[in-house]
Design a protein around this ligand. Structure first.
Ligand SMILES: Nc1nc2c(c(=O)[nH]1)N[C@@H](CN(C=O)c1ccc(C(=O)N[C@@H](CCC(=O)O)C(=O)O)cc1)CN2
Length: 284
């Protein structure tokens, strides 16, 4: 079997077009959805992601503010900036690009963002809402992964979904989203004994471990849908995922490439969450 390649770039364009219609409808009522993105420091990858977020907003005609703060910004100054943007009516979505420098407490920062503007879905109130099935903002990477499955025609209900990785940003919310769509969900970690026993039983396998090519074809069930969330830069400068694409594509039914799979959906779902936040604030 050779897997169908899930084209994240193409699906991201399709989804953006759908959300542009909703953004245009808001603008016709005099409301322009607005996103503020704060970045602290000079991390090169983070700078690219933030620039792409601002670009995506421009593509959909959204208002955006890019706040670049120096690496030595104090925690208090960052919290003051967040408080200012929490109170700004032009801003419907607000995020701080992660990671933040070591001298800043990341949890304090995430807790300071208004849950009503938390388009990353990282605030404990929004995490709790997702866990109790009352989703307000789903974290963008797992939300994008879910939409990739849906748009690719992969059925989720009743299927065994295995998520490898338990981060707050990807693994845990991914498991909750799949559970909400009536999958039977198993969460594995790097400590799982006989990991392949679980991955080989997965109809849907989502991998977010940060370990390059750790899932190989022999660990995958024939015909499974494989979502690779990993982005690892190798010594030769090339990117690869947490799944060994070459061996996996011979066994899987569907697979996301890296780059060009989940990554483009992350920013698309951020824009979607921002438009949805603006709709909510307008009572729609
Ligand atoms: N506040 C947040 N910080 C971070 C998040 C997040 O969702 N919110 N996620 C990641 C970074 N990220 C978005 O912020 C992100 C990562 C990767 C991509 C992407 O499009 N990847 C491309 C490859 C890009 C490359 O060449 O490096 C792909 O996979 O095709 C988009 C967004 C951590 N921080």
């Amino acid at each position: 079997m050779t897997a169908r390649i899930i084209d994240g770039k193409a699906i991201a364009q399709e989804v953006r077009a759908e959300w542009k219609i909703r953004a245009d409808a808001l603008k016709a009522r005099g409301i322009t959805p607005g996103l503020a993105v704060i970045i602290v420091g000079e991390d090169p990858a983070s700078k690219v992601y933030v620039a792409n977020k601002v670009k995506a907003c421009a593509e959909l005609g959204l208002h955006s503010e890019h706040i670049a703060l120096p690496a030595d910004t104090s925690e208090a100054a960052l919290l003051a900036k967040i408080a200012e943007l929490n109170a700004d009516p032009k801003i419907h979505g607000l995020l701080v690009q992660l990671p933040v420098p070591k001298h800043i407490d990341g949890d304090k920062v995430l807790n300071a963002i208004s849950p009503d503007k938390d388009v990353d879905g990282f605030h404990p109130i929004n995490v709790g809402a997702l866990a109790t099935g009352n989703m307000r903002f789903a974290p963008c990477t797992p939300y994008g992964s879910l939409v990739l499955l849906q748009k690719s025609g992969v059925s989720i209900e009743g299927k065994h979904a295995v998520v490898v990785g338990r981060s707050n940003i990807v693994g845990k919310p991914m498991a909750l989203l799949l559970l909400q769509h009536n999958a039977t969900v198993t969460i594995c970690t790097s400590k799982t004994v006989d990991l392949a026993k679980y991955t080989r039983d997965a109809d849907i396998l989502v991998v977010a471990t940060g370990r390059p090519k750790m899932i190989t074809g022999d660990m995958i069930k024939l015909g499974a849908a494989v979502i690779d969330v990993g982005i690892n830069r190798m010594a030769d400068g090339k990117l690869c995922g947490d799944v060994d694409f070459e061996s996996a594509k011979e066994v899987a039914g569907w697979i996301t490439p890296v780059p060009g799979g989940v990554g483009p959906m992350t920013i698309t779902m951020l824009v979607a969450n921002t438009v949805q936040s603006a709709e909510r604030s307008a009572g729609i």
